[in-house]
Design a protein around this ligand. Structure first.
Ligand SMILES: Nc1nc2c(c(=O)[nH]1)N[C@H]1C(S)=C(S)[C@@H](COP(=O)(O)O)O[C@H]1N2
Ligand SMILES: [Mo]
Length: 158
């Protein structure tokens, strides 16, 4: 589906989370102007680490879970590690099961900013828990940006 030139998942509002983890070990590809890179959890864990407490996963269908402490790499630190210049337009985080969320620069200056998480409550996240998972703490009314099973990150620059 294409909606005004945007990918279909941006406008999907399923609230029917996928309960079956797609295969994978948390590694994902990153596409930017400079080309494509492959990132493993081990490589991610060498970048600056941040944990964010009091995170909730809010679902209209099956209630609220949490609070959780998610640990990983801030999206902002990840972009810095990739040498992405200021002025990038948006980045899409796409999962192995075809779910996704878009981040724009303003999302990164939230008080509780987006995190590429590989730990939950101080422990490595299991595949069924989402390894690796985008956590957007500022989203508190549903979980549509809390993308489990990250498979691709597309960074769109000017
Ligand atoms: N990859 C992926 N991420 C996803 C979903 C999904 O179907 N696939 N569902 C979303 C929805 S609608 C909800 S409610 C939460 C469920 O998260 P939980 O399994 O931690 O409860 O994951 C979100 N992230
Ligand atoms: Mo949901």
């Amino acid at each position: 589906m294409d909606f005004h030139g945007e990918p279909g998942w941006l406008h999907r509002h399923p609230h029917e989370p996928n309960l079956i983890p797609p295969e994978g070990d948390g590694a994902f590809t990153v596409a930017a102007l400079t080309g494509e890179q492959y990132w493993t959890v081990a490589e991610l864990s060498r970048l600056p680490y941040t944990s964010i407490a009091d995170c909730y996963i809010v679902s209209t269908g099956h209630g609220v879970s949490g609070p959780f402490v998610f640990g990983g790499v801030l999206a902002a630190d990840f972009l810095a590690a990739l040498d992405i210049a200021p002025g990038w337009l948006y980045l899409d985080v796409i999962s192995a099961d075809g779910f996704g969320a878009r981040l724009v620069p303003a999302d990164l200056s939230a008080l509780r900013p987006p995190l590429l998480a590989y730990e939950i409550d101080g422990k490595p996240m299991t595949r069924s828990q989402g390894l690796t998972r985008l956590i957007v703490p500022a989203e508190t009314d549903d979980a549509l940006r809390q993308v489990k099973w990250i498979a691709q990150i597309h960074i769109v620059e000017a």
